[in-house]
Design a protein around this ligand. Structure first.
Ligand code: C2G
Length: 128
């Protein structure tokens, strides 16, 4: 069984996130999605997140692509998760191209093309 893992905030879940999750799931048989905790997002400078972690987990669950959802809460957790869950593929959007190459020591790293023209930032601007 090929196990895939991906991570994100998934605030105001949109088509770009859904496309990413669908393609990540297609890379293997079992998809684990790591949803960032509210405090982890604050620590990494991602302020102004609209949905709290429970809302964001519920939105990811509703897509139907995640076989398992975990919470990402600290720097360095990705390596721990890849080892703990015996992950074959780490997948993330192409806006992170190159940034996670260090994980290739532990599993295959795949950058999936980002969906153009949609972002949480744009949705927030449009809401204003
Ligand atoms: N994404 C996408 N297309 C968009 C917007 C986002 O493919 N138009 C992808 C991102 O590349 C990411 C996922 O959707 O793979 C989640 O995006 P965010 O919620 O913005 O989370 P992010 O800050 O990218 O999380 O540990 C956290 C992760 O390292 C990064």
């Amino acid at each position: 069984m090929r196990k895939v893992i991906t991570y994100g905030t998934y605030d105001l879940l949109h088509e770009g996130h859904i496309n990413l999750l669908r393609r990540a799931k297609e890379l293997g048989d079992y998809l684990i999605v790591g949803v960032t905790s509210d405090s982890f997002d604050k620590d990494r400078g991602k302020l102004n997140v609209r949905n709290n972690v429970l809302e964001r987990v519920a939105a990811v669950r509703k897509t139907g692509y995640a076989d398992e959802i975990i919470i990402e809460d600290y720097v360095g957790q990705k390596i721990d998760d890849i080892q703990r869950y015996d992950i074959d593929i780490f997948a993330i959007g192409s806006d992170w191209e190159g940034k996670f190459d260090y994980l290739s020591e532990y599993c295959e790293v795949v950058y999936l093309d980002r969906t153009e023209g949609i972002s949480t930032t744009k949705i927030k601007t449009d809401l204003q």
